[in-house]
Design a protein around this ligand. Structure first.
Ligand code: NAD
Length: 335
């Protein structure tokens, strides 16, 4: 059955691949993005150009914080489902530009929730982040653990998104699923993230900044595995048990779900750098630095509940994934 999807952040890294997969499955996709200049707008244009071959894809340039524009888009488009992936991302940028996070991530989430409420949307899937776990030291990170101490403003807005989704699920019965993504990488990936920054520096013989002296652990997750999880969860629509009406304050009485989506295998920064060196055929020049404010020492996803719900099983190793990224990077930048 052909469905009509709103995908926000369609010019962004993850939204672009999710839009592509939905088009390949025969769905109609309206891809929204404000094409902001947080990073190279030419990369966003090039990602959108990848979607031009799909006649059922339509691009809409719009800011999530534009309340009237968003309400009008929802009213005239007849969306069945919404995948909300647009956000002001990045931890370090939030130290300098806090209001960009309030506009895109808080007001932006609000226009999405209101659009869903007023237009009877059947399922809202939205991006949260492993950053909500903050300095959590209980490994692996589980959605069962209450986490309430985000250590960056970015993380605080992502945690807020989960709370806002819970309230709308509870109040209005809107089925919502939050996905906590763990460091996503792959071809067409983000220029502000370590896979991109390290690859470009290594290929250009510039030193790389190795924070926390290379001891940082990250659960790097390859883009194809992430997209597979996002697509699989679409049909797992949260339901409320009729015997459990929305009168109690706990999550079980709202059609609200939350999952980790990660590789379930944390990698030390030093092994990650070796994977790039081997893919690029060059050695890195390393500059060892302490932890940065807002950074966390480790991320590690417990993915049991997503696996149970969808059969999700990530299959790409860091060596395979970084080889694909470095090959893409060399071709795209003619490096
Ligand atoms: P991205 O920055 O590549 O994509 C986000 C897109 O949203 C961008 O194209 C941007 O122009 C757009 N956008 C931002 N603010 C907007 C606004 N106000 N109105 C309209 N469009 C706006 O990021 P991504 O890596 O594709 O991440 C997708 C989602 O996943 C985000 O919500 C991000 O916070 C979350 N996430 C990503 C990662 C990761 O490792 N990539 C990890 C955890 C969470």
């Amino acid at each position: 059955m052909q469905l009509t999807y709103l995908v926000t952040g369609a010019a962004g890294f993850i939204g672009n691949f999710v839009s592509e997969r939905l088009c390949q499955a025969g769905h109609k996709v309206i891809g929204l993005d404000n094409l902001n200049d947080y990073y190279d707008p030419a990369l966003k244009d090039a990602r959108l150009a990848r979607l031009e071959q799909y006649p059922q894809f339509t691009f809409k340039k719009l800011d999530l914080a534009d309340r009237e524009g968003m309400a009008q888009l929802f009213a005239e488009s007849g969306f069945d489902r919404v995948i909300h992936l647009a956000a002001q991302a990045g931890v370090r940028y939030s130290l300098e530009n806090p209001f960009a996070y309030v506009d895109s991530n808080l007001t932006g989430m609000m226009t999405i929730l209101e659009g869903c409420r007023q237009n009877n949307i059947k399922h809202l899937v939205y991006a949260s982040s492993s950053s909500v776990y903050g300095m959590n030291t209980k490994m692996p990170f589980s959605t069962e653990d209450g986490v309430n101490h985000p250590v960056s403003l970015y993380a605080a807005t992502k945690k807020s998104n989960e709370l806002m989704a819970h309230s709308y699920s509870h109040l209005y019965g809107i089925p919502t699923t939050g996905l906590r993504f763990f460091t996503v990488y792959g071809p067409w990936g983000r220029p502000d993230m370590a896979p991109f920054l390290f690859t470009s520096a290594i290929l250009e013989d510039r030193p790389i900044k190795v924070f926390n002296h290379g001891k940082m652990l990250r659960d790097f997750t390859y883009i194809d595995d992430i997209v597979e999880g996002v697509i699989r969860i679409q049909d797992v629509i949260p339901q409320v048990d009729d015997n459990n009406p929305r009168t109690s304050p706990d999550s079980s009485s709202a059609p609200y779900r939350l999952y980790n989506i990660g590789n379930n295998e944390p990698i030390e920064l030093s092994r990650f750098i070796e994977a790039i060196e081997s893919a690029a055929g060059k050695k890195a020049i390393k500059e060892y630095l302490p932890m940065q404010p807002g950074d966390v020492p480790a991320t590690y996803a417990d993915i049991d509940s997503l696996q149970q719900a969808t059969g999700f099983k990530p299959s790409t190793t860091i060596e395979e994934g970084m080889q694909k990224f470095v090959d893409w990077y060399k071709e795209y930048y003619n490096a």
